[in-house]
Write a protein that binds this ligand. Structure first.
Ligand SMILES: Nc1ncnc2c1ncn2[C@@H]1O[C@H](COP(=O)(O)OP(=O)(O)OP(=O)(O)O)[C@@H](O)[C@H]1O
Length: 362
């Protein structure tokens, strides 16, 4: 199942003109405030009828302005997850979950219900009212309610924005599970680059109502030319596997043969993780340095040097772990005499990659 969107809508000076596909998996709408993310979500939800649009899910047309086809919101099979969980306070967790199934006018599929409850670890919460749940627990129930509405698409509008860092870290794995264990396309709005890096199958980078760049997270976040959230958010995204948990509290990751050490990651050995290395937190050296506190040193070759301003540059190294980017000054590029093809080492501080994975040095 895939969601196809082509939408044109004008609000005064703001013109939304976006066309993209959200395939199976999690598609992040990523961009600054006012770039058009909510307008797209509202168009899919049917809360806004854009002046011109073609929106289809699988073979079902939700809107085709040329053919004057328009499916009203209540007839669209959508699951919503909002920033605030919006659970019904007078219903228990079980009541909230069953409401979703009833609202979709389907009989409750008990096997599916049990599977969702298990996937979200909410079995122990079923009898509680929302007032007795933590923010993270509420969001897990909200995810369950969205799944049990038997949706063709899940719309998640900044679902982690109101949670603190620890609660965010608690919820992220559940989004990974629904991304990986269901076939339902998820359209997910966020400004947070760590959520994009961790969750996105596909990123739609938006700027002023236009699609600036679209593709897999590693391609979009590592493109210094497409930077909807500024240069601070540009960086590499590496696929890694948990290799070992060491006695000194560090977890060792393997990314294509390169070792990365970070504070304990609460995932089992063999688990796959994505690691974001912000370009601003990477240093370069001609040779592997010695006598340095940084634990993460990867050697490679200069693949590209792109000037990003009058004085700044992004240097991309090709390494066994994948492309690694460093944001340095053009003065440093000249002082190091960096050229495409030169061997070079990237040095990354452990703490720079730690927080994105919900782990941190105490
Ligand atoms: N109903 C409306 N009437 C007029 N202008 C609107 C309306 N809704 C949105 N806009 C304008 O459209 C533009 C895009 O808004 P939108 O809410 O889609 O952005 P966003 O990327 O979701 O922002 P945020 O991250 O702040 O939620 C903004 O300039 C906004 O002011």
């Amino acid at each position: 199942m895939s969601l196809l969107i082509s939408v044109h809508h004008k609000f005064g000076d703001f013109i939304l003109d976006a066309k993209f596909e959200a395939p199976k998996g999690l598609t992040v709408l990523y961009g600054r405030s006012g770039s058009g993310k909510s307008t797209i979500i509202n168009a899919v939800a049917g809360l806004l009828r854009p002046q011109k649009a073609q929106i289809t899910v699988g073979s079902q047309v939700l809107q085709d302005s040329d053919a004057r086809t328009w499916v009203p919101p209540h007839k669209r099979r959508l699951g919503y997850i909002f920033q605030d969980s919006r659970l019904f306070p007078h219903l228990s967790v079980a009541g909230n979950l069953d409401y979703a199934a009833r609202a979709s006018r389907r009989s409750i599929d008990t096997a599916h219900r049990a599977q969702v409850i298990d996937m979200l670890d909410i079995g122990a919460l079923l009898a509680r009212r929302p007032i007795a749940l933590s923010g993270g627990e509420k969001q897990r129930v909200a995810i369950g309610r969205a799944l049990l509405a038997d949706p063709q698409v899940i719309l998640a509008d900044e679902p982690l924005a109101s949670l603190d860092g620890a609660r965010k870290a608690e919820i992220l794995p559940y989004f990974e599970r629904i991304r990986d264990e269901t076939d339902i396309p998820i359209l997910y709005v966020t400004h947070a680059v760590n959520e994009v890096a961790r969750l996105a199958t596909t990123v739609i980078a938006l700027e002023k109502g236009k699609v600036l760049r679209q593709g897999p997270a590693r391609d979009v976040l590592s493109d210094p030319r497409a930077r909807p959230m500024g240069l601070g958010a540009v960086g590499a995204v590496l696929d890694a596997v948990i290799k070992a948990h060491h006695d000194d509290g560090l977890t060792e990751l393997d990314a294509g043969g390169a070792a990365f050490f970070l504070p304990h990651v609460a995932q089992p050995i063999g688990a796959k993780v994505r690691v974001r290395l912000p370009a601003s937190d990477v240093l370069l050296a001609h040779q592997r340095p010695s006598g340095l506190s940084a634990l993460n040193i990867v050697s490679g070759q200069v693949e590209a040097i792109q000037n990003t301003s009058e004085s700044g540059a992004i240097v991309t190294l090709s390494t066994c772990a994948g492309p690694i980017l460093a944001r340095i000054t053009q003065r440093s590029v000249r002082a190091m005499d960096l050229r495409v093809g030169n061997p070079c080492c990237a040095i990354v501080k452990t703490v720079a990659i730690a927080s994105d994975l919900g782990t941190d040095l105490a």
